[in-house]
Write a protein that binds this ligand. Structure first.
Ligand code: WTA
Length: 635
C-alpha cells in the first residue's frame, strides 16, 4: 500500500504510527516509490542531536531538478508548471509548461556555467517575483550550485551581509521591480551592496521595468541575450543526498542572520510529501501560494514541493492591494485556483476592506485554504473560513519554520477536523513535545510549554553556514537531545497543538521574523542615541508591530522628536529594510535594567501592550524609578 497520499483520518493515524515506530522503513518506502534516484542510499538515517549531525539517504545520488522537471516531460510536457500573474493585470498571465521550463532552466544553467559557476559555488539571487526567480533557483540546482535567495525587499546593507556571509561569486538580479503602482530600483540597491562585496565577479541582470541602469563592464551582463545564445540542454549534475541545495537566511534573536543550510534528498522528499498531503493536490488543480520565493514558504511551496509533484504553481508578482483590494480574489476567479496559501497578516488586511470586494468574484474553485507564518487569531480565522472558504474549504493552519524546511504541524484538509487557531496534529513523521522551564517534558494533554521536536525529519536544516557551533547552541542546547523551535505551544484535551508565539526575542511582523538585536544596533548608530530596546505589541493587521524605547545621549536634546523618529526609521530601512521600521518610538530617560545590566524587556513589553496591572517585582531593578516615567509617557 502506498502511504504517499493520506485520504481519511484513520489512515492518518495508521500512517502516523508507522512513521514514528519505524521511521526508517517508512521514509525509505516514500523515497523509493515516488522519486527519481541516480543511485539508492546505503543508509536511510544517521542522527545524533548532541553533535548535532543528521544525515538522510546517505550514499544516494540524484538531482532535484530531474525530479521537479525532467521526469514529468513524458506525461506532463504541455501541462503548465508555472503560471505567472504579473503585477499589472492588463499585462496578462504567462503559462510556462513543463517542457518550456525544462528548456529555460537548462539555458540559465548553461549561462551560469559559462560564467564559471561550479558545483558547490554560492549564487545570490536577488530577483523579484518574476519567472526568472524560480528559473534561477532551479538552474542553480541543475548544476549543483548552492542558491542563496535574498528577499528583494531587503536593503543594500542586508544584501551585502548575506552575500559576504557565504561568499557568493555571482549575483542574479533585475533592473527593477514592480510593487503595485511603484517601482523599485533593484539594480541600484545591488550596486550599493557590491561596494562592500569584493568576492562578486559577475552580476546577471534580468530586464523587467526597462529602466536605465548603470552596467559595470566586465561585471554586469544583461541576462536575456546570454539566455538566447545558450543551449537548452544541460546535463544535470549528480548530487549526493547530503550536498547542500540552498542557504536561506533567517533572523535570530541576536547577532547576524543565520544562513540555514538545507541539503538535497531529505529536503526534496519532505517538501514534496507535505505538499501533496497538506494541500491534497490532485492532477489538474491550480495551486497558489502568495508568499515570496525569498522566504522558505516560497522555496518549499512555490518551487520545489509543487514541481516535484508535477503541479501547476501560480507565481504572483504584485501586492494584494493593486489595482485594488480585490486583486487576490480576481486572480482566484481568473485562474480557477483550487488551493490558496497565504499569511494571517494578508487575511487581516483584506478583512478590513469589507466583503463587497470578495463577493464580486466567483471563488467556487477553492477547495483548500492555508495559513502560515504566525498565529492566526480567531477573528481572522472566521473571516477567512466564512467569506473565502464559504464554510466548505478547510483551513490548514500550518506551523513550520525556515529551519524545518517543510510543514510540521497542520490539519490535513478533508482528513483532520479543524479547530480555529489550532495547527492541530503533527504531520506524518513529526514527533513534537512540550517542555517546561526546568527542562522536563510535559506529558499528557491540556499542557502549555515550549515546543520541541524529539526525532529528526528529512528536511531539518543541517547547519548554519560557517557556524556549526551556533546551530548547536541555538537549536540543540536548550533541551538535551531535542530540537528547540523557539515557539511556545499548548496541547488541548484531544492532543491538538496551538502555537502561542515566540518565546525568544524574535518578533513576527506581518509574517516576517525580525530579531530585536539588529534593529537596536541600527538605531544605536544614530549619533544622538545612547541606547534602545525594541519590543513587539499587538497590531490588528500586522499581528505584531514594533515599539522602540530610545534614550538620547543628551537628555536635553533640543531637536524635534518627530525628526529624530524619521531619522531612526530611515536608518532601520537602510540597514535592514522597510519591514523593520518602528510603529512607535518613545524617548525615555532610562531603560529598566537588572543589576547585571540586562534590559528588562518583559516590563517594556507589558507597557507597550498597555498591560501594566502586573509588572511583577521591580524593586530589584538597578533603576526602578525609570519604570513609572516610561509608563507615564507611554504611546
Ligand atoms: C511562526 C515560516 C503560529 C512561528 C514558514 C515560527 C507560526 C516562525 C505558524 C517561523 C503558524 C509559522 N502558527 N506561528 N501556523 N507558522 N509561525 O522561519 O513563530 O519565516 O517559529 O517560517 O513563524 O517563521 P519562518
Amino acid at each position: 500500500m502506498s502511504n504517499y497520499h493520506i485520504k481519511h483520518l484513520e489512515e492518518y493515524y495508521q500512517v502516523y504510527r508507522k512513521s514514528v515506530r519505524e521511521p526508517e522503513n517508512f521514509w525509505e518506502e516514500i523515497a523509493e516509490e515516488h522519486f527519481l534516484w541516480r543511485k539508492k542510499w546505503n543508509r536511510v538515517l544517521y542522527w545524533d542531536f548532541s553533535k548535532p549531525e543528521i544525515k538522510w539517504f546517505e550514499g544516494a545520488q540524484l538531482n532535484i531538478t530531474e525530479n521537479c522537471i525532467d521526469r514529468h516531460l513524458a506525461t506532463r510536457g504541455d501541462k503548465t508548471a508555472i503560471l505567472f500573474e504579473p503585477n499589472d493585470p492588463k499585462e496578462g498571465a504567462e503559462h510556462i509548461s513543463y517542457r518550456q521550463l525544462y528548456h529555460r532552466v537548462n539555458q540559465f544553467a548553461n549561462v551560469l556555467k559559462a560564467k564559471g559557476v561550479k558545483k558547490g559555488d554560492r549564487v545570490c539571487i536577488y530577483v523579484p517575483m518574476i519567472p526568472e526567480l524560480a528559473i534561477a533557483v532551479l538552474a542553480c540546482a541543475r548544476i549543483g550550485a548552492i542558491h542563496s535567495v535574498v528577499f528583494a525587499g531587503f536593503s543594500s546593507t542586508a544584501l551585502a551581509t548575506r552575500i559576504n556571509d557565504c561568499d557568493c561569486k555571482v549575483v542574479i538580479t533585475a533592473d527593477g521591480s514592480y510593487r503595485g503602482a511603484k517601482t523599485i530600483d533593484l539594480k541600484g540597491i545591488v550596486d550599493e551592496a557590491l561596494e562592500q562585496c569584493d568576492g562578486v565577479q559577475t552580476v546577471l541582470v534580468a530586464k523587467r521595468i526597462n529602466s536605465q541602469v548603470a552596467m559595470k563592464s566586465d561585471r554586469d551582463y544583461w541576462l536575456q541575450p546570454l539566455l538566447d545564445a545558450a543551449s537548452d540542454q544541460c546535463r544535470a549534475e549528480v548530487m549526493d543526498a547530503e550536498d547542500p541545495l540552498f542557504i536561506l537566511y533567517t533572523s535570530g534573536s541576536t547577532g547576524k542572520p543565520k544562513g540555514m543550510v538545507h541539503t538535497t534528498a531529505g529536503y526534496m522528499v519532505y517538501s514534496a510529501y507535505t505538499f501533496k498531503n497538506a494541500f491534497q493536490y490532485k492532477e489538474d488543480d491550480v495551486y497558489w501560494c502568495t508568499a515570496d520565493i525569498g522566504w522558505i514558504t516560497g522555496h518549499s511551496y512555490i518551487v520545489y514541493g509543487p514541481l516535484a509533484n508535477g503541479a501547476t504553481t501560480l507565481m504572483f508578482e504584485g501586492v494584494p492591494s493593486y489595482p485594488d483590494f480585490g486583486r487576490f480574489w480576481d486572480i482566484v476567479e481568473k485562474h480557477k485556483v483550487n488551493q490558496f496559501y497565504t499569511a494571517p497578516t494578508a487575511i487581516r488586511a483584506l478583512a478590513k476592506q469589507g466583503v463587497e470586494l470578495v463577493e464580486k468574484y466567483d471563488l467556487s474553485s477553492l477547495k483548500v485554504l492555508g495559513s502560515v507564518g504566525e498565529p492566526i487569531n480567531e477573528e481572522a480565522w472566521h473571516w477567512y473560513n466564512d467569506n473565502i472558504g464559504k464554510n466548505k474549504s478547510p483551513i490548514i493552519d500550518s506551523w513550520w519554520q525556515t529551519e524545518t524546511g517543510g510543514i510540521m504541524i497542520t490539519p490535513i484538509p478533508y482528513v483532520t477536523p479543524t479547530k480555529p487557531t489550532y495547527a492541530t496534529l503533527p504531520f506524518i513523521g513529526i514527533q513534537p513535545c512540550l517542555m517546561d522551564e526546568d527542562g522536563e517534558e510535559l506529558k499528557g494533554n491540556q499542557v502549555n510549554g515550549r515546543l520541541c521536536i524529539k526525532f529528526p525529519w528529512p528536511s531539518i536544516a543541517r547547519t548554519i553556514w560557517g557556524n556549526h557551533q551556533r546551530y548547536k547552541d541555538t537549536y540543540f542546547s536548550t533541551y538535551k537531545n531535542k530540537y528547540f523551535t523557539g515557539d511556545g505551544a499548548l496541547r488541548d484535551e484531544v492532543g491538538y497543538y496551538r502555537i502561542t508565539g515566540r518565546v525568544d526575542d524574535v518578533i513576527i511582523v506581518s509574517g516576517h521574523n525580525l530579531g530585536t538585536a539588529p534593529i537596536e544596533d541600527a538605531i544605536n548608530e544614530h549619533p544622538a542615541i545612547a541606547e534602545s530596546a525594541i519590543v513587539g505589541f499587538p497590531h490588528d493587521v500586522k499581528g505584531s508591530a514594533l515599539y522602540g524605547y530610545v534614550t538620547l545621549k543628551d537628555a536635553g536634546e533640543t531637536r524635534n522628536h518627530d525628526n529624530l523618529r524619521k531619522e531612526i526609521n530611515q536608518l532601520i530601512a537602510d540597514r535592514i529594510g522597510p519591514i523593520a521600521k518602528l510603529d512607535k518610538i518613545q524617548f525615555t530617560e532610562g531603560l529598566p535594567k537588572t543589576r547585571s545590566g540586562k534590559i528588562m524587556r518583559r516590563i517594556l513589553r507589558k507597557i507597550a501592550e498597555k498591560d501594566t496591572s502586573n509588572l511583577g517585582d521591580i524593586s530589584t531593578l538597578l533603576n526602578p524609578e525609570c519604570v513609572q516615567d516610561i509608563m507615564d509617557n507611554a504611546l
